[in-house]
Design a protein around this ligand. Structure first.
Ligand SMILES: O=C(O)CCC(=O)C(=O)O
Length: 287
């Protein structure tokens, strides 16, 4: 992770699956409170996810990101190893993709899990992650905390992803780190002009907060669902293929909405010269 080595069985572990409790909403809620996440295998219709994958690959190919000497199906990264940003103006035309992330399957899941009609934020995050890229550890509340705190992320692999593609990595139980919730968890990367990532060094978090890491190979159609106060990032993509995934947000329609992530032009985090570093913020918070 960001060049730091994690060892399975020592500093990183297999997450637990929630498939056997899928029909028991109370057990799902208890698991979410305890672990901070639900890993559900084969959640979506796999053909629908593979259609979304193909659509994104076609877009990447048309934009010149893929290696033209390889079949499109491989999603091989082109010689420049560029990192595409799939903005909303692109996303609105990704029909197969939107069919998955706005599907009855996911909305019905949350209707039962949260107990009412569901709204999904307009801002969608399909990702094609290049070689060498990683996501530093963070809580999502720092990016989308201006509405309800009872908002959930669904991270979805849009491909079969071995670990070398840079899979999601997360810290089970990090939702219960009160010290972190009271400090870092009150930051707002839009307004406070802070860095959003708590750390790029997974060992730092093991040492400072006693967390463990988890990750696993994924299949297209699996999901990991987690709340806003849950440490996660990604392993490094050390392969020659784009890591295709998406993460999107769901909440009760009756609760306040972070309007920065609604409408046709959702807000990106402002770029600022005077942005405080996370080191400065952590010193201020005493963590
Ligand atoms: O896919 C990634 O690299 C990061 C995902 C993420 O930050 C999220 O799901 O909130």
């Amino acid at each position: 992770m960001a060049g730091h080595k994690l060892v399975f069985g020592h500093t990183i572990f297999q997450p637990r699956e929630a498939n056997h409790i899928l029909d028991d909403v109370n057990a799902l809620r208890a698991r979410m409170n305890q672990d901070g996440y639900l890993l559900i295998r084969d959640f979506y219709d796999r053909d629908a996810v593979m259609a979304a994958r193909r659509e994104i690959l076609e877009h990447l190919s048309a934009q010149g990101y893929l290696d033209p000497s390889r079949p499109l199906e491989e999603g091989a990264i082109g010689p420049d190893n560029k990192g595409p940003i799939l903005k909303n103006e692109v996303v609105i035309n990704l029909r197969a993709y939107l069919r998955v992330v706005n599907s009855t399957r996911i909305l019905t899941f949350f209707e039962q899990f949260l107990g009412g009609p569901i709204l999904t934020l307009d801002h969608k995050w399909p990702r094609a992650v290049r070689r060498g890229a990683t996501t530093g550890a963070h809580y999502d509340i720092v990016y989308m905390g201006a509405g309800t705190k009872n908002l959930f992320t669904v991270w979805t692999p849009l491909d079969d992803l071995s670990l070398d593609r840079g899979t999601l990595a997360f810290c089970p139980g990090s939702n219960r780190l009160d010290i972190l919730r009271r400090t870092y968890g009150t930051a707002d990367a839009h307004n406070d002009l802070t860095d959003g990532w708590l750390s790029r060094n997974p060992h730092d978090l093991i040492h400072d907060f006693g967390v463990k890491w988890a990750s696993t190979p994924f299949r297209a159609a699996d999901v990991v669902i987690f709340g806003m106060y849950f440490l996660h990032g990604s392993l490094d993509n050390i392969s020659n293929h784009y890591r295709l995934s998406t993460d999107n947000r769901y909440q009760l329609a009756s609760e306040p909405v972070d309007e920065r992530h609604m409408g046709p032009n959702p807000d990106q985090i402002p770029k600022a010269e005077n942005r405080k570093t996370m080191e400065e913020m952590r010193a201020q918070w005493g963590i």
